[in-house]
Structure formats: C-alpha cells, structure tokens
Write a protein that binds this ligand. Structure first.
Ligand SMILES: [Zn+2]
Length: 316
C-alpha cells in the first residue's frame, strides 16, 4: 500500500517550548550531541550512492561551519542529539570542502526519495527554513534590517520604532487528482503538463491558495482556470511539505461534473483524460509520471490501486 508521503516522516522533536531559552540552546549547540545540517545556496549536503544519506557534520568541522554561517537554526532534538541548520551560502566550495568529507551539495529533490525518510524530512525542513532567512533579511513593513530570534524561528525588525516580528512563511498550494466515473467506459483521471517540464511528463493540476479562499474553493477554481472542467465532491487526501522553496502541498480528490477540456494555454500546455490502463503503460508508451517523491505521484498511485484489477504501483 503506497501510504507514505515523502518529507512527512520526521521524528524530530522541534523543541518549540525550549527554543526561547538561549542558555539551553547554546548548551545543546556546544554539546557532544550537536549535529550541523549545512545548506549552501539552497542545496543540501548528501553522501551520494545507491542509498544516499544526510551529510550531518559534528565535532571541530561543525564548529568551523558555525563560525562561517550567516544564520543558525535549531531544527530540533532526538534524545541526546541536537540538529542545527546553518546557512553557509556566503562561502565558496573550496573553503567548505575540507569540512564536508565525502559529501556533496545537491538539490534534495533528486536523492530525497531514496533516503531514509526521517533524514529526507530533516534536510527538507533545513532547506526551507534557511531559504526563509535568506529572503527575509529586511522588514516588509519599514525596510529596516531584521535579526534572528527564537533559535532561528523568528526574525524581528531591528528598528525599535517598528519592532515587527516575522515568522517563517509556508505557502499553501492545492494539488488535485480529478476523476471521471466509468459509467460509459473506463474511469479516467485528468492530468496536464506545463511547457517547462521534461517532454511528455503529465501530472495532477495544482495551484496556490489565494487570500480569503477555502481549500475546496481553490481546488475548484484552479481546475476550472486550467482546463474549464467543473468539479464536485472535493475530498482531502493528505499533505506534503514541499520547501522547494516554501510550499505546503495539500492533496485532494475531486469528481468531474463536465468532461470537455479547454486547456488554458497561459497556464498549461496540454491536459487530457487518461485511463488506468494508459497510465500503467505510461513509461512504455514514452510518457512520464510526476517526479518520484512527489504527492502527485502518490495520488496517482493510489488511484491506480483502486482499479478493478488492483496492482501495486511503486509510488516513489
Ligand atoms: Zn520594521
């Protein structure tokens, strides 16, 4: 049963209550159980191979990385171990290479789904929160510089006349598998593609939630905007943190009540109805499913399993 969504299986205690105790945080950072999770220009440190692993750094190398860092965030604790993300984007690779052993800085979306789930989740979390720090150095209200607080879980405007507090941003996005009943033939699902994707890749429709909008309304609006299909019976399936750079994907199923597709070319290049049979032969026929590790892939795999002849489909 493909019931696991990647980047959701973190076992870390985020220590939200202890975060504002600076002495406790400092004790954890300088203790023997401290591990550094470096992020360099949105890339994560990974020991590559058939079973890639997170490149955690400890000891003297960890202290050197902290000295180079522009930001440090307590990710959380796991027993005696403490994990801190650091932003070392200002350093060049030659300066970093003696400190990172056999590991490399890579885009987590490639090795992430192959990693042990809690490690992948932690690297995604580190990448997301460091990205937020890098992009919120100035106050959105007064334009003054901001300073990190709460072990990296808040930034505050340094101008006392303003003093506005800023918290890490997560942008909600809905992603939906729209299906048609098979009354007059085989059941189908609606997939589309964007022109920037690799050739012949199709995936579920998706879009950002707007202010003042419910998730269900966002599902119906996005599907209609992109394909002119009307939907009903919007049902929540599950969520996936997608900090690439700052999204939270909220997965839904919806039932189509119309069937004529008009692809909105300003949003998508193409959209089509696919049967389960077509999707099971997808790669053979020269098409591509969404990226392994994505909630889109997970939702499609679940729908394939519901068919008359259930088959196990590797979801990731
Ligand atoms: Zn301000």
């Amino acid at each position: 049963m493909p019931n696991r969504i990647y980047y959701t299986c973190g076992t870390l205690d985020r220590a939200a209550i202890q975060r504002d105790d600076e002495a406790w945080v400092e004790g954890r950072r300088t203790g023997d159980g401290a591990f550094i999770v470096p992020v360099w220009r949105d890339k994560s440190l990974v020991v590559q191979g058939d079973n890639p692993e997170a490149g955690f750094v400890s000891g003297a190398d960890a202290r050197a990385l902290v000295d180079m860092a522009s930001d440090l965030v307590l990710l959380g604790i796991d027993g005696e171990a403490s994990y801190f993300a650091v932003d070392i984007s200002a350093s060049d690779l030659p300066a970093l290479s003696p400190l990172i052993g056999e590991a490399d800085f890579v885009d987590l979306r490639e090795p992430g789904p192959l990693m042990e789930a809690s490690q992948g989740a932690m690297l995604a979390y580190a990448r997301g929160i460091i990205h937020w720090h890098r992009n919120h150095r100035f106050c959105g209200r007064c334009g003054g510089p901001t300073e990190s607080r709460q072990a990296g879980h808040q930034r505050s405007c340094a101008d006392p006349a303003c003093g506005r507090e800023h918290y890490p941003r997560t942008d909600p996005a809905v992603i939906m598998l729209v299906t048609r009943d098979g009354d007059d033939g085989a059941a189908t699902c609606l997939l589309g593609r964007q022109p920037t994707w690799p050739a012949r890749r199709y995936s579920t429709l998706a879009g950002f939630v707007e202010p003042g909008e419910s998730l269900e309304a966002a599902v119906a609006r996005e599907v209609f905007e992109e394909t002119a299909i009307r939907v009903s019976d919007v049902r929540y399936l599950g969520s996936q943190p997608w900090p690439f750079p700052a999204s939270l994907m909220l997965g839904f199923r919806a039932r189509a009540v119309t069937h004529e597709i008009t692809a909105n070319k300003s949003e998508i290049e193409d959209a089509r109805w696919f049967t389960r049979t077509q999707l099971l032969r997808f790669e053979e026929d020269g098409y591509h499913l969404p990226r392994r590790g994505s909630i889109a892939r997970w939702m499609i795999a679940r729908w394939l399993e519901e068919g008359d002849d259930p088959v196990f489909v590797q979801p990731v």
